[in-house]
Design a protein around this ligand. Sequence first.
Ligand code: ANZ
Ligand code: ZN
Length: 805
Amino acid sequence: MFDLRANENKWQQQWEKTKLHETDLQTAKNPFYNLMMFPYPSAEGLHMGNVFAYIGSDIYGRFKRLQGHDVFEPMGFDAFGIHSENYAIKVGIHPLELIPRNIENFRERQLKKLGVMFDWKHQVDTTDPKYYRWTQWIFLQLYKNNLAYKKKSAVNWCPSCLTVLANEQVVNGFCERCKTAITKKETEQWFFKITNYAQQLLDNLNWIDWSESTKIAQRRWIGRSEGLRISFPIADLKEQIEVFTTRPDTIFGATYLVLAPEHPLLGKLVTSEFEKEVNEYVQAAQRKTNIDRESIEKEKTGVFTGSYAINPANNEKIPIWISDYVLMTYGTGAIMAVPAHDQRDLDFANKYQLPVVEVIKGKEVFDKKTAYVDDGVLINSEAFNELSNREAIYKINAWLIGENKAKEEINYRLHDWCISRQRYWGPPIPIVYCSQCGTVPVPEEDLPVLLPEVEDFRPKGEGTSPLANIIEFVNTKCPKCHGEAKRETDVMDNFLDSAWYFFRYPSAHDDSQIFDQQLIKKWLPVDMYIGGNEHAVLHLMYTRFITMVFKDLGYINFEEPFVKFRAHGTIIKDGHKMSKSKGNVVNPDDHLEKYGTDSLRMYLMFLGPYQEGGDYSDSGIKGAKRFIERVYEYFSSVDAWEEKEFADHCNQELINLVHETIKNVTIDIEALKYNTAIAKIRSLYNYIEEKQVKNKMVGEIFIKLIAVFTPHLAEELWSLLKNEYSVFNYGWPEYDEAKIIIEKIEMVVQVNGKVRGRMEVASDISQKEMEAKALEIENVQKHVANKEIKKIIVIENKLVNIVVI
Ligand code: ANZ
Ligand code: ZN
């Protein structure tokens, strides 16, 4: 019996001894930077999701290595942050003790067993002062270039984690980590000006080669919106209210204004008669969460201020209300309400009996219950009547701008990145406050500002970090005047640690600089990045921002960190996401021990398309193990391999099969379709076994194809065939297109069920190609001309029927 675990240990030791996975970054000729998202070293250890991600990325890396690249596949630990800290609180062990222990466990007991080509020489750990010194250095560069600033603002506050959260860490109004509803808190916070890069972040999405789903998420998050900022004069006051609208074509239907309860002009507007009501409303709004405020189902509420504004289009006097469905954080914090054409406004107008004026006519009659939001022709709009509303947008814009009543504006949903955290487990923000000199950055040569050792690291819930209680930390000397000064006590968001780690890997041990420019030139941008789509608007947005900043500050000459990014799928169990509460968590350790990593690798990748994932089953992994054993048995049973050119000595069928398999497996792996690649490798093997193929070249080709999935098995088979170590140094097999005979089949082409032509197609033709080919037939074209194609029905190997009307 083949002992998978023993075989794996043997080859893992060999790899380590021979430094097979240590790439010489200086001398490498054909660099390929294969990056995977580094983990939080939680005490529970690796979960199946990590394993799935890393194995899939490693397969791609091994493939690139076999194709002749010098592949750099580093790994590290994202060990700062709430996640690690909350865990430390839970188990009552200080993070300074717990985290190094977890890292050791992750690396030695787990990651090293996966058979991934990690280059441990370049490991980074974000909690190492030698690392976070540079995280703090990045803060200083942003500060010096006006990209970091402090402001008092209402921030997302998690009452359970007792911390401020970035918008990105709030999911539908709930804390991303503990699922508690978020409230608002006014505090002084440090921000990074990511909004300066909003347009660039958006534009570059047009050319970077990323998973479409990730790009869609980023576009939505950036949320560009083109519109007009229109000034509405306030009656009897020398002030204006500015509103942001994307629908200036509806301005003649603006029958009232609505301000956010936090609007700065509110104090001036409220008349004494309405003061009490308004104050009560404002206070109630402060207690509400943003989910409540933005929810469409929630009934809209509001109060009248007692004041009026003038609609600049028709000079009508319209009332000014406040309502919490208008957010202070978007646009100008005020809207012109057009109840006839906006559902929220209509509900509000109906509730408070405000006037509704229809200004765009559609096909149906307006019933004052459903707002008409589609295109149409303008009515009740004076000189603009009868224009299509699309055209009216341009005309009304030009008119209002010409009259100095409006200006064009682009708004983004993206906000500046709040990086202050009132927690312990992060790099301290390198700032000192001096009563003489004000805010003073810590000089670069004084970095790192060490995170002090403190016994009680738990958050106090007072809106300050536990560091604020450590007198020796807080009290310091001003770097400028050397007088008494105080340190900033907030630490930085964990997402800053991970926003630049891939820049550090090549220079992991360089204490003189953040990174070596020569190495960066050679190895970056990253060639392939694989990770979870849950990071689409967090980590992946921040890394892009930091990269753009590095470029603008002259440290690098590219602006996108990842040429290619692919989001991997997720592994579920019995139809559900693995979770402790469902009791369906599969611990990778047990399965590694029992079945070996080659089985796990092969099985996980066979579950489904890598970018989708699949449902984990115990019987499946057993099947993978049996297959590996069978392969080994066959290879070890062959006494004498024939050392002959297989193209001359094998039958045509086998020659075709080998070339076809190489071709398809190459295409599949490049597209991360590992499941279909494995299926094809398996059929090649079945043929070899069934026909007792003993040609050594065929055996070698098979070994190389399977090597990316089951690297330990492949090394063993390679040595069984008396080849020199290591199979990974011997290149990816090549195929010859001419040797691939594609079966042709004849298909009948019908239009509305009548035969209109015939065609010969390759048996592996795709549905799209087949449809296109059918439509090329002249007689078919005649019968579909000037008709609408309703659908195309394909009956495999038989016919194509085009349905037209
Ligand atoms: C008048 C109007 C008429 C609007 C109409 C819509 C339809 P996006 O596309 O997301 O940018 N709005 C502006 N600022 C707001 C705020 N702070 N809180 C809540 N709503 C706000 O949305 C722009 C539209 O959202 C704006 O256009 C404004 O309503 C509203 F038939 O103005 B509209
Ligand atoms: Zn000073």
